[in-house]
Design a protein around this ligand. Structure first.
Ligand SMILES: [Zn+2]
Length: 459
């Protein structure tokens, strides 16, 4: 009898907790991440490690439409604003109505009004379109300096990730000084080194507002494929949880911004490693959520698809070699730099000189056996030679011709095709776990629905 009573009471206790809004809300946004990017990363992880991708194994999933107020294909400013503020706006706008007459406010802003602490994290610059949509109000996403001023004005508690872009733009009509210095004057603790970042602690910094941006360099965070030693999204989420936890809870937005950057370059291997880094950041939140299951909501979405990525390539038929993407050793940016440096140092460059770079970075074999897929065919050599002429010998030089061609050849060998260097209108997937996740169990919705729902749940 007694044990029955205890069971009923504990059920009522759990039920009453579930009826409450979540104390901790995590929103993860993969920039440029739709179902092809998620499926490709999952197939890679399964083939190389036999593991599942956590973000693809949440209990609630819904297709999410991404068009902006003035275009079927959105940019990250309009989609960020839709996800953050719940209103469709024109491409390019940040936290402003489509006609640019009204400021519109985000779920992070609402969470702050409700007394929660706020964290904003990204792998690109912290005043880039997606993070900016949670605190900024500007006609154009390119007003980086002014968005930096909005960042300080937000009074949010924790910013971490890539640097502040254009932090000292003296040409801005709103110029008041360096953004980092202004932030420090406004009471932010500005953290500039890995050491100081690791030293941040709940004990000493729970009452500090923190900007930990630009530690890994003056722009975006380096790609994981090129730099395994630096700080990662996981570090920023872990530290965020440590610093932000308080009796009223927190709202944390974490963007995998480098997924989009590398989709634009049709660089599948780097996209996979950035999506894995994003997945690892979700894992940190998920582990935290296991300790606070009734109090936590995790939502994962993308802002749009980038690259019109297709898993499959006509010439390889039903064969795919996704695990072979592990043979790419540098991101497209690094390959480009290496090829550019080669041109600088050797004015009388010959085609054979570029081969070692293509072998090191893409594992392409120039003298391999014919049955090895990484062996470059005669037709592919012709393509590379033509690109070499364009990049180094033509009167009007195309600075990236070799990298772009080698990337295409590599992609075709592994069975991946891209149809665009820009965004596409493919819907994305929104996944949810935890308290409030059932609200997202809708089959399909517009991206603005995410904001409407979170605004209710962060109260
Ligand atoms: Zn993009």
């Amino acid at each position: 009898m007694r044990s029955k009573l205890i069971a009923v009471l504990s059920f009522l206790f759990v039920f009453s907790l579930m009826a409450e809004n979540p104390k901790y809300v995590f929103l993860f946004i993969g920039d440029g991440m739709s179902s092809p990017q998620r499926s490709m990363t999952e197939a890679f992880l399964k083939k190389t490690k036999g593991e599942k991708l956590l973000i693809n194994n949440f209990p609630v999933n819904a297709a999410t439409k991404t068009s902006s107020a003035n275009a079927l294909v959105t940019d990250s400013a309009a989609s960020g604003t839709a996800i953050a503020c719940g209103e469709k706006t024109n491409n390019g706008r940040i936290g402003m109505s489509a006609d640019n007459t009204r400021k519109i406010y985000s779920s992070a802003y609402e969470a702050k009004q409700a007394g929660k602490k706020i964290g904003i994290i990204t792998s690109v610059t912290i005043n880039h379109a997606t993070p900016a949509s949670f605190y900024g109000h500007r006609a154009s996403r390119n007003e980086y300096y002014e968005i930096g001023l909005d960042l300080i004005d937000s009074g949010y508690d924790y910013f971490a990730g890539g640097a502040v872009a254009s932090p000292n733009n003296e040409k801005s009509p709103a110029y008041k000084g360096d953004i980092y210095e202004l932030a420090a004057k406004a009471g932010y603790k500005v953290v500039k080194t890995r050491e100081d970042f690791h030293a941040l602690s709940r004990e000493n910094d729970a009452n500090n507002k923190v900007i930990a941006c630009g530690i890994e360099g003056p722009g975006y965070m380096p790609n994981y494929l090129d730099n395994h030693d630096g700080l990662l999204l996981t570090d920023f989420v872990k530290k965020g949880i440590e610093l932000l936890d308080n009796p009223k809870g927190f709202f944390m937005m974490c963007e995998g911004g480098a997924i989009d950057v590398n989709c634009h370059a049709n660089d599948a291997a780097t996209v996979i490693f950035e999506t894995l880094a994003f997945n690892d950041a979700v894992k940190v939140a998920y582990e935290f959520a296991q300790q606070h299951p009734q109090e936590t909501l995790i939502v994962i979405t993308g802002d749009h698809e980038t690259g019109a990525l297709t898993l499959g390539f006509a010439n390889t038929g039903f064969r795919e070699n996704i695990d072979k993407l592990a043979l790419q050793k540098c991101s497209f940016g690094k390959v480009k730099d290496k090829l550019k440096d080669l041109g600088k140092n050797k004015p009388e460059l010959e085609f054979d000189d570029i081969k070692p770079i293509l072998t090191d970075c893409y594992s392409l074999k120039f003298d391999g056996p014919a049955d090895d897929i990484m062996t470059v065919t005669a037709a592919e050599i012709e393509q590379l030679k033509a690109a070499f002429e364009k990049q180094y010998k033509a009167e009007k030089k195309n600075g990236n011709a070799v990298q772009v061609t080698a990337q295409k050849i590599f992609n075709a060998k592994v069975g991946i095709a891209w149809h665009s260097g820009g965004h596409s209108a493919l819907p994305v997937i929104t996944s949810a776990w935890g308290n409030g996740s059932e609200r997202f169990n809708m089959g399909e919705f517009e991206n603005t629905f995410i904001s409407h729902t979170l605004k209710e749940l962060v109260k």
